[in-house]
Design a protein around this ligand. Structure first.
Ligand code: GLU
Length: 447
């Protein structure tokens, strides 16, 4: 990616200051590249060192998490919370529990969140956190003790007006419940607005569990409409089999598409007659097993071990597993098989080379910071409901989510056209999010 002298200097400083954090460098490079035309039009942004400030997290917390497993053995993990930007509101973003979590991964996720959260228009800053804890195979009691140990430190740094965590990979309703329980115990406050993604009984919002997956599909619907298509009778490949993938698949099927494959770390399942989301839920949530168990329940399905699903022909691909899961060769295979559109359900699942191939082939490509913003947008709705001690109906919340996704879609397209990159959702999302944050930062002065 070619950068001009200003953005090169900023990027070099990001790399120097954050060594060995390739995911963060990748996320920063893409944004710096996209926003160059804005800097040409508004040179005053350079003088205010706005880009340098934008690329330096406001705060980064790292801490030891000590917990005991069911056999009485002690484990030591590392916990993180990065508050990247509070220009638009309290830090907001999920917690990821996965063995791959390190400071660079948390920083890239928090950085992406700046632009994503700005795109929602809902007054939320950006943060992310997590731990290098591997929840697979852990009992309920072990998960609870880990969450309690993690929150014992995290509670000092969060609150409804400061920093509002939620879920991400490895953190769902169960974990949020345990985290909130410990937060409530330590602080002596039932501050529901401190965490989102809560169970309904704790003040959670309808549609929050479904929101990221449904939101991606509403975004895809808008992208297809732009090109004169609909979801009816389209073939879709989704990667992942977790929260985002499951709800995206359910909504895609409701809208008349057939999801023919999905995946997890064990491999992928292919069934031309359509993947059954009820079976996925049984395997993943109830049995907490891997996808290789799927053909035991649906004998017509084919399980392919240790591979990603991108060689399965489809009209639409929705990568919803994790960062950099879809590379150059995958993009080439998808294009060759007649792909129309890609929407990222995960954060940064496509590599920069894959995105170039998709763009060059004229495929509609939606980056995660636009396409998967429905999750955090619905978290912001949960914060609104908590602040007013209110509860909105499923259908009202779902309608607000759908409207939000359509608005994000139009902002991306309008901004991309304004900056002479028509149809480029990456440029549209990055510039649109950047303009909002930059305007708040200018208004706040040098803080
Ligand atoms: N982890 C989700 C994301 O990547 C949701 C964050 C939230 O709801 O705060 O946007």
């Amino acid at each position: 990616m070619a950068l001009d002298s200003t953005t090169t200097a900023v990027y070099n400083e990001v790399v120097r200051r954050n060594p060995a954090e390739p995911e963060f460098h990748q996320a920063a490079l893409e944004v710096l590249h996209s926003i160059q035309p804005v800097l040409q039009q508004q040179p005053e942004l350079r003088d205010a060192r706005l880009l340098e400030r934008l690329c330096e997290p406001e705060r980064q917390v790292m801490f030891r998490v000590v917990w005991t497993d069911d056999r009485g053995r002690t484990h030591v993990n590392r916990g993180f919370r990065v508050g990247f930007s509070s220009a638009l509101g309290p830090y907001k973003g999920g917690l990821r529990f996965h063995r791959s979590v390190n400071l660079g991964v948390v920083k890239f996720l928090a950085f992406e969140q700046i632009f994503k959260n700005a795109l929602t228009g809902l007054g939320i800053g950006a943060g992310k956190g997590g731990a290098d804890f591997d929840p697979s195979g852990r009992s309920d009691g072990e998960i609870m003790r880990f969450c309690q140990a993690y929150m014992t430190e995290l509670h000092r740094h969060i609150g409804p007006h400061t920093d509002v965590p939620a879920g991400d990979i490895g953190v769902g309703g169960r974990e949020i419940g345990y985290l909130f329980g410990q937060y409530k115990r330590i602080t002596n406050r039932f501050d529901a607005g401190t965490l989102t993604g809560k169970d309904l009984v704790l003040g959670g919002s309808f549609v929050r569990p479904e929101a990221t997956g449904y939101g991606v599909v509403y975004f895809v619907e808008a992208m297809l409409a732009e090109r004169g298509h609909s979801l009816e009778d389209k073939t879709v490949v989704v990667s992942g089999a977790g929260n985002v993938a499951q709800h995206a698949m359910a909504k895609l099927q409701q809208m008349g598409a057939t999801v023919v494959a999905c995946s997890d770390s064990s491999g992928y399942v292919h069934d031309p007659s359509g993947i059954r989301v009820d079976v996925l839920r049984e395997i993943k949530q109830n049995q907490r097993r891997k996808l290789d168990a799927y053909p035991e329940l649906v004998p017509t399905a084919r399980f392919v071990p240790d591979r990603a699903p991108w060689d399965v022909p489809c009209d639409i691909a929705v990568p919803s597993a994790t960062q950099n899961e879809l590379g150059e060769a995958d993009a080439i295979a998808l294009v060759k098989n007649g792909l129309i559109a890609v929407a990222e359900g995960a954060n940064m699942p496509c590599t920069p080379k894959a995105i170039d191939i998709l763009h060059d082939a004229g495929i509609a490509f939606a980056p995660g910071k636009a396409a998967n913003a429905g999750g955090v947008a619905t978290s912001a709705l949960e914060m609104q409901q908590n602040a007013s001690r209110d509860r909105w109906s499923f259908s009202d919340t779902d309608k607000t989510l759908a409207d939000t996704m359509r608005n994000i879609h139009s902002s991306c397209l309008i901004t991309a056209a304004d900056y002479e990159r028509p149809g480029n959702y990456v440029v549209g999302a990055n510039i649109s999010g950047f303009l909002t944050v930059a305007s708040a930062m200018n208004t706040l002065g040098l803080v």
